[in-house]
Design a protein around this ligand. Structure first.
Ligand code: SF4
Length: 192
């Protein structure tokens, strides 16, 4: 696969797992193909399923606010999910669905090749970091997965139901902002 477009065509009207039969729209992902930062969420929710876009609705608006807090917007990053189709009733992803769908996410990561992967919530964090630790323990800690730097944070949807997580999310985004500044400073120093 040479581009995200090739990958999207390869996925096509996917029915490789049972979620293909219950979804409205497959939600592939959006953003810059050469983004330095990639956000990985869990799965489309109701609004995403209806629109075919990741992070629309209230959680999406909070994600936009979080990005704006460090001077970014959606066009600066790439956003994708562990699953491309909505689990009915927003239930948790099942292992067979994760196993079937995540080769597409791996390919997205390979093609975008970000400097930092920000994992949103338990499922994305556990998948990317191959851990069983909870997001409550992992959030706000800088991790490594292969040559990728990984920052786990709460899923924005979790902060909609628990206001205390909102402040924590903004603090973790501030850490992401600092990581980006440090990386840019290193890049400038190394420039001939
Ligand atoms: S969740 Fe993934 S594997 Fe399952 S049907 Fe959708 S795109 Fe295909």
């Amino acid at each position: 696969m040479e581009s995200l477009k090739d990958l999207e065509e390869h996925i096509g009207d996917c029915h490789r797992c049972p979620l293909g039969d219950t979804r409205t729209h497959l939600v592939f992902g959006v953003g810059r193909e050469d983004a330095d930062i990639m956000f990985v969420g869990e799965a489309p929710g109701r609004n995403e399923d209806l629109k075919g876009e990741p992070f629309v609705g209230a959680a999406g608006r909070l994600l936009d606010e979080l990005l704006a807090s460090i001077g970014l917007d959606r066009e600066d990053v790439y956003i994708a999910n562990i699953l491309k189709c909505r689990p009915p009733g927003n239930r948790n992803p099942q292992q067979v669905e994760i196993d079937t769908c995540t080769p597409f996410l791996r390919e997205q990561v390979r093609l975008v090749s970000p400097r930092v992967i920000v994992t949103l919530g338990n499922f994305a964090t556990r998948f990317v970091l191959k851990t069983t630790e909870s997001i409550t323990r992992m959030r706000g800690t800088v991790q490594q997965a292969g040559h990728f730097t990984v920052l786990p944070i709460y899923h924005p949807a979790a902060a909609l139901y628990d206001g205390s997580k909102r402040d924590v999310l903004f603090a973790d985004l501030a850490l992401l902002g600092q990581m980006c500044e440090a990386s840019q400073a290193t890049e400038q120093r190394e420039r001939p």
